[in-house]
Every structure is written in structure tokens, then in C-alpha cells.
Design a protein around this ligand. Structure first.
Ligand code: ADP
Ligand code: MG
Length: 315
């Protein structure tokens, strides 16, 4: 199979939406962006053995490469629209490519995002996806809008993916169903793009949690020049993590990575709307603390073992 046939067979997905006038097959793609919208762009690379364990199934790699990028669009409140894929492959393995595109397509269809171009090269396995989304002008969610007095929320559960990685690396043993659940969370994160879009005009600030709650929250606080108090009893722990001792569970939840949940701040009067959103969408949205005026100061009422930089314990 030649490179051209490979692209034709695996990466030419039809039909395209009407705003895409040129896509895979020409030197570059052309899309029409509506005048009342802004284009929101992000790119992320996944390198074999660095961003996923070496024996990760191809289906999961395809899914996750897009998921981590969609999570960035979600954090901005953007609607997923188009993406490009730069793929570096050690060899032409058709079974691997079949599974990879299947995982990629599954999430692309679910998110309503279209593959409009890319690049294919030979070398150590690496996947770069650039996502493009749109939002109404000036309405994208930023890290910089948090205000003292805001409540801090997080979606879903935290720490399951980090526990899944610990299971794979044999640093943690769990009952088999919990182990499978945590590895599934690591391989198939669920980007919260519907929640992100809903938060436009409601949240003051938003970001996705990819490097661990504490590390990421500190970025948001610095961008907004505010501080935060976090209450450990409010941290959302899955039934699987609740079976661990509290200190281990909180270390996964607060310092582990790969959650791809949304972390956002909003004024107190949002609580009732949040309640209704949770009920209608079967998605946990937990208030974990509040924003304070002490710039960049983060306090948590629990002593963590893996102390991240600048962490500060309060009673
Ligand atoms: P060029 O040499 O001009 O860069 P390529 O041979 O790299 O062209 O690509 C030919 C066409 O196929 C382009 O439209 C490009 O966007 C598309 N393409 C190449 N690789 C991929 C891929 N992995 N996924 C999607 N489209 C791809
Ligand atoms: Mg090229």
C-alpha cells in the first residue's frame, strides 16, 4: 500500500459539512468561518511510551489522541468543528491502522468533528492532532476570569486515570472490576465539550484537568490573580477510589494526571442551575472549594504525600 492509498483508505472520511469546501487531497484545507464566530485552535502530541504505555491498544490510542484535544476545546467552551492529524508510524501495519481509525472515528462522530487534513510520515510512533472549534465572538471561557467569592467546581471523578496507570505499572493492586474501570478511565477519557459549551456565559473561568487538580488549579489561580481554598471531603472520588485509604485516594485525585475533567469557577447564584444540569445530564458537578483574594495561594485541609510546588496545608 502506498502513502496515497493509505490516506485515501484510512483518512478520507465523507461526507463533509457544507462549510468545508476543500479537505483531504489538496495541499491544504479550506473552511468558511461564520462572521459572528471566533476560531479556537489547539494542538497536542502523544508520543509512544511517554503519553501512553507502550502496549496501549491502537483503538484506545486513536480515541485518546482526539479526546485530549477535545478536552482543550471543552475548556474554552468551544464547539468542536474540524481537526487535522499528523501521524508518524514505524511501519505500515494495516490491523493497527484499522483499530486506530476506528477509535478515532468513534469519538469524532460522537463529537461532530471532521478530519480535514494531515500528514503521514515514517518514524517512532507519534500522533499530533490539531483541533479547531468555534464559539460566539468574545464568549470563549478563559483561565483568567476567576473572582474572589466564586465557587470552584469540578466535573466527574478525579484520580481514576492515575490509579489506572498505577495498576498498569504494578504500583497498585485493585479488585479486578475496579482495576478494569480505572484502566478504562485512563484509555478512554470523556471530554466534556457539552458541559463546556453550557458554561459559556455562566462560568467566570474554566480549564481542563490534565496534569492533576492541584497543579492545574494553580495555573488558573495565577492567570486570575486569586487564591483558593479546597475542602478534601468535597473531592469527587469514584466508588473504586473510595475503597482505598483516604490518603492514597486523595493523592491520586489531587496530584494524578489524565483526568480530562473540567475545573471551573462561577458565582454562588449558579448553584441551582448546576443542580439541574447534573440531574438532566447524569454528570457529577461537585463544588470543591472557593476562590479567595490571596493571589496564587492554594490551601487544602488535608496533608498530601506528593507535595506539589507551592502547596499549602490548612486545618
Ligand atoms: P503534501 O506533500 O502536499 O504535504 P501529503 O501527501 O502530505 O501532501 O498529503 C496529501 C493530502 O492528504 C493532504 O490533503 C493532506 O492534508 C492529507 N493527509 C495526509 N496525511 C493525512 C492524515 N494522516 N490524515 C488526514 N489527512 C491526511
Ligand atoms: Mg504533507
Amino acid at each position: 500500500m502506498h502513502e496515497f492509498d493509505l490516506i485515501q483508505h484510512y483518512f478520507t472520511w465523507t461526507p463533509f459539512p457544507e462549510e468545508v469546501s476543500v479537505s483531504v487531497g489538496d495541499d491544504a484545507a479550506i473552511v468558511q468561518v461564520a462572521p459572528d464566530e471566533e476560531l479556537i485552535i489547539s494542538v497536542d502530541t502523544l508520543v509512544n511510551g511517554v503519553h501512553f504505555p507502550l502496549d496501549t491498544p491502537a483503538h484506545a490510542i486513536g480515541y485518546k489522541a482526539l479526546a485530549v484535544n477535545l478536552s482543550d476545546l471543552a475548556a474554552m467552551g468551544a464547539k468542536p468543528r474540524w481537526f487535522t492529524l499528523a501521524l508518524t508510524l514505524p511501519k505500515l501495519d494495516q490491523d493497527w491502522l484499522e483499530d486506530f481509525t476506528c477509535g478515532l472515528k468513534e469519538l469524532a462522530y460522537a463529537a461532530g468533528i471532521f478530519l480535514i487534513g494531515g500528514d503521514t510520515t515514517r518514524g517512532p510512533l507519534s500522533i499530533t492532532i490539531q483541533v479547531m472549534g468555534t464559539a460566539p465572538k468574545q464568549q470563549a471561557l478563559l483561565r483568567s476570569g476567576a473572582q474572589a467569592g466564586d465557587l470552584i467546581f469540578v466535573s466527574g471523578y478525579l484520580g481514576d486515570a492515575a490509579a489506572g496507570l498505577a495498576v498498569i505499572q504494578e504500583r497498585l493492586s485493585l479488585p479486578i472490576t475496579d482495576a478494569n474501570y480505572c484502566v478504562q478511565c485512563l484509555n478512554y477519557p470523556r471530554p466534556r465539550f457539552a458541559l463546556g459549551a453550557w458554561l459559556r456565559g455562566r462560568a467566570h473561568s474554566c480549564m481542563d484537568v490534565s496534569d492533576g487538580l492541584v497543579a492545574d488549579l494553580k495555573h488558573l489561580l495565577a492567570r486570575s490573580q486569586v487564591g483558593a481554598k479546597i475542602y478534601h471531603q468535597q473531592i469527587p472520588l469514584s466508588p473504586a477510589l473510595q475503597k482505598l485509604n483516604l490518603s492514597d485516594a486523595l493523592n491520586f485525585a489531587l496530584t494524578g494526571g489524565d483526568d480530562y475533567e473540567l475545573l471551573f469557577t462561577a458565582p454562588k447564584h449558579i448553584l441551582e442551575e448546576i443542580e439541574n444540569y447534573q440531574l438532566l445530564n447524569h454528570l457529577n458537578l461537585k463544588c470543591i472549594g472557593e476562590v479567595t483574594s490571596q493571589s496564587s495561594e492554594l490551601s487544602i485541609d488535608y496533608p498530601l504525600v506528593n507535595l506539589p510546588d507551592g502547596y499549602n496545608h490548612f486545618q
